[in-house]
Design a protein around this ligand. Sequence first.
Ligand SMILES: [Zn+2]
Length: 355
Amino acid sequence: MKTYNKSIRSYYLVAIVFLGLALNACGQASTSSNKKTAGKTPQIQKTDEEWKKELTEDQYYVLRQQGTEAAFSGELLMNKEKGVYKCAACGNELFTDDMKFDSHCGWPSFDKEIKGGKIITKEDYSHGMRRTEIECAKCGGHLGHLFDDGPTETGMRYCVNSLSLEFVSQKELKTEAQKMDTITLGGGCYWCVEAVYEMLEGVVKVESGFSGGTVNDPSYKQVCTGTTGHAEVVQIVYDNTKTSLDEILKVFFTVHDPTTLNRQGADAGTQYRSVIFYRNEDQKKTAMSIIEALQKEKVYSNPIVTQVDAFKKFYIAEDYHQDYYSANKEEPYCKLVIQPKIEKFEKVFKDRLKK
Ligand SMILES: [Zn+2]
């Protein structure tokens, strides 16, 4: 992508520095900054051969070889329809129509991205320029570049190849949405729970955040104090034609301990409580009947303490908490606490993993 002007200030977020590693979730991450940093392993790993099969030749050139489509050639350049722009390689939702603006630069341009650490930035010194490359955080696909010369209040211009994007109109989204349902679950540290659900067939989106408290838009630090009333939760959007709430809850009761009050392993406090936030009576009934069945069958030696509460509000956690496990697999907490849970899940639900 060409730059507008040559005075590109460095837009760069400094690497994460972990201090004082303790094997509980809070102590470990409270000092880290933003995960938008190079070196993260994308969650989706495919060989070049596999990508070549899935993408068109042009898409492969742009997404996998950091190519750039010719200016003013992209199909989505002039698109003004309402809808969502996803990564063409993996479906990761990156931008919405209201973030798009006419930059006259020849490539689709956006002034912000959808929250949740969906895009990572890297320094790019190719072609004798110093630029900030943007990549899809989920699959590592090249999207374009990020400049700080945007005309809107954000001051940013995400200059994106049309070939890197797939546009889904609002109309199509509505049809898609009819098959979708959402549930919010607290099963201790959300890094663990999120990592597991990312792998389950039929799950289309998992976000880590907070629910069930009294403070608006709390930070992770605030929630860690245990005084906001929030639980660490994951919000799961799932396709009812491919999985079910029943299955989602079976996974839930497999990968966390529902019998320890306000505690999961070394993580203690009400923010780690076991809780199901239901959105309607059907969800409530399903949750209650599974708990009842587990109690009856004496699956656990101690009584289940999982709360079943009405959902009120979900606050997404800071970017660096999203996809935490896949970004930090080598961290002691991930290796010792999260990995065993994933292995257990993979064993029990081996036929239900995403391909
Ligand atoms: Zn992607």
